[in-house]
Design a protein around this ligand. Structure first.
Ligand code: NAP
Length: 546
């Protein structure tokens, strides 16, 4: 039962609700949102499709899965006790460590008692007469709540390729996102992998080690760069712990909430020797420095972008022995950094192994999956295992998979058909009392850093509403339109907008996702926070409150 409000007329209505708030997803943002809602004294229930906490780090347990954020920038910052007691083992933690961390958080703050696992939300309908949400789970159970908070992540709706014959394959097959908990044995097996995004690159590097034979089906090569991961020693962990305030402050200052910030110089401002030396240094350093700490213009200026692309291409040629294979691994249709840069740990050297073969499916397209393997325009390959590292219906996909309906039964999917429209990536006009943590057009970046901020903002708004007895919170159409226009404006001149990728909302395995759209705010997180703070400081004037 919910805590009764001291606002006349509302008490009965509140008491009839199952919860004050329902949160979808028990990943990084959902766990923290639950913690904050409890602090406010709200009754809350989290519905989670998986059988454990962790979201991304619960599902993606494929070999090689790890993040490209420095671990010590990835943990939650809200609890000093948590920071004091948790030791990261690696600078870039692998999936098991991150899953352990999120389980530790769930246990420490006793979060599990308000999380209902194996509960996938199928529908959420707003009811104007009672100003609440009716939420239906797959299987038919319904729950009601004043607030619906989506914490569904940005890459959680995995997509299979639309290749004929998928179901006919007689061996083992799996999408990397749905990797089984039991270990998969690759020794002596003939393995295929389709997809060479950040996921494919990590999986290929690991699976090539034990596999009898690995065939990589590549449609588009990637500008991957070295991760340079390492273990964290006890002494290093002590130094990191002592520096947490500076580390989190640094992440607040940078565009992507990472420790890396763009160099103020332009690539052509310096001599070729100086440029080369700088890039050599970045290529040799851990993490996203080569992408986010590079010259300020490599992602906006075509000449600068061509130069850094040439630098990385030369590195690929040095690392891959067969020149013909090296050429296939060098992207030709987009420049460095215009797609999310995958960080790798020996990826290119994999192609020097005798048990690994690269098939360029732009040259010889896959025609179908057969009972025995994969048939391209050139030949049929036989496999024991086929792995689909084919990505996600990003950002809006997880929303599209739920039948979300706002005022007058309008479907969110329909409203966003031509691209998302939100206020700050948090609210949608016509969908009162629905709050999105890291929704479309929010400031993305190092996920927990950005998600903590969005969660805190959502929590402040709910507190504001409850203190005033407000039961209906909605973005005004003018507010949502202004934010959407600002988001579109902020992406102008950025080279990534000219390239198909999940960052521009393109996924040809999903109907209606063939054309590019602006899916996230590109003005940088400091500017995003500034705008969010201004909206709050102004008494939420871009919101209709009642
Ligand atoms: P992705 O980047 O979208 O890559 C999907 C891959 O599958 C691409 O190579 C794509 O080819 C290919 N593909 C899709 N449909 C296909 C089809 N019908 N036939 C043949 N090939 C097909 O997805 P992802 O690799 O899962 O990565 C998504 C994002 O997740 C990353 O960019 C990153 O943000 C995040 N991630 C992070 C980490 C980390 O932190 N280290 C690790 C993994 C993932 P095209 O390129 O030609 O479309």
């Amino acid at each position: 039962m919910v805590a009764l409000q001291a606002v006349s007329g509302q008490a009965e209505m509140e008491a009839a609700l199952d919860f004050d708030a329902i949160v979808i997803g028990a990943g990084v943002s959902g766990l923290y949102q639950l913690y904050r809602l409890r602090e406010l004294g709200l009754s809350a229930r989290v519905f989670e499709a998986g059988s454990g906490v962790g979201g991304t780090w619960y599902w993606n347990r494929y070999p090689g899965a790890r993040f490209d954020s420095e671990s010590w920038t990835y943990g939650y910052s809200f609890s000093q006790e948590l920071l004091d007691e948790w030791d990261w083992e690696e600078h870039f933690a692998a999936q098991p460590e991150t899953e352990r961390y999120l389980n530790h958080v769930a246990d420490k703050f006793d979060l599990r008692r308000d999380i209902q696992f194996k509960s996938r939300v199928a529908a959420a309908h707003y009811r104007e007469d009672t100003r609440d949400w009716d939420i239906a789970l797959e299987g038919g159970r319904h729950y009601t709540a004043r607030f619906l908070i989506t914490a569904v992540g940005v890459l959680s709706a995995a997509t299979m390729p639309t290749i004929p014959g998928l179901a006919s394959f007689q061996g083992q097959s799996c999408h990397t996102h749905y990797w089984p908990k039991e270990p998969v044995r690759f020794e002596g097996k003939r393995v295929a992998i389709i997809g060479t995004g950040a996921t494919g690159i990590q999986a290929i590097t690991e699976i090539a080690k034990p596999a009898g034979h690995l065939t990589v089906f590549q449609r588009t090569p990637q500008w991957a760069a070295p991760l340079h991961n390492a273990k964290i020693t006890k002494a290093e962990m002590s130094r990191i712990r002592a520096n947490y305030p500076e580390i989190f402050a640094r992440c607040q200052e940078t565009a992507g909430c990472f420790i890396h910030a763009a160099d103020p110089r332009a690539a052509l401002d310096v001599s070729p020797e100086e440029r080369e030396a700088f890039w050599e240094k970045l290529y040799g350093e851990p993490g996203f420095g080569i992408w986010m700490g590079n010259f300020r213009d490599i992602l906006t200026d075509r000449a600068a972008n061509a130069l850094i692309s040439d630098f990385v291409a030369r590195r690929i040629r040095q690392r891959v022995k067969d020149p013909a294979v090296a050429e296939k691994l060098i992207p030709k249709n987009h420049g460095f950094g215009t797609r999310r840069v995958p960080l790798e740990s020996g990826y290119f050297e994999v192609y020097n192994q005798p048990n690994v073969e690269l098939v360029d499916i732009k040259e010889t397209p896959i025609e179908r999956i057969t009972p025995a393997g994969i048939k391209t325009s050139e030949r049929e390959y036989e496999f024991d295992i086929i792995i689909y590292a084919t990505g996600f219906d990003a950002i809006t996909g997880a929303f599209d998979r739920i039948d979300i309906r706002g005022v007058d039964g309008v479907a969110l999917k329909e409203k966003w058909r031509d691209g998302p429209q939100t206020l700050l990536g948090i609210l949608v006009d016509g969908f009162p009392n629905m709050l999105m943590v890291m929704g479309p057009h929010a400031g993305l970046g190092n996920f927990p850093r950005a998600a903590e901020y969005s969660t805190d903002w959502v929590t402040r708004l709910i507190r504001f509403a409850r203190e005033r007895g407000l039961t209906r919170i909605e973005a005004t159409t003018a507010g949502a339109t202004a934010w959407t226009e600002h988001v579109l404006e902020a992406s102008k001149g950025l080279l990534f907008t000219e390239v198909d990728s999940w960052m521009t909302g393109v996924n040809r395995n999903v109907e209606g996702k063939e054309v590019r759209r602006i899916m996230r705010y590109s003005g940088g997180h400091p500017a995003f926070r500034e705008r969010c703070e201004a909206v709050a400081a102004d008494g939420y004037r871009e919101l209709a409150l009642a």
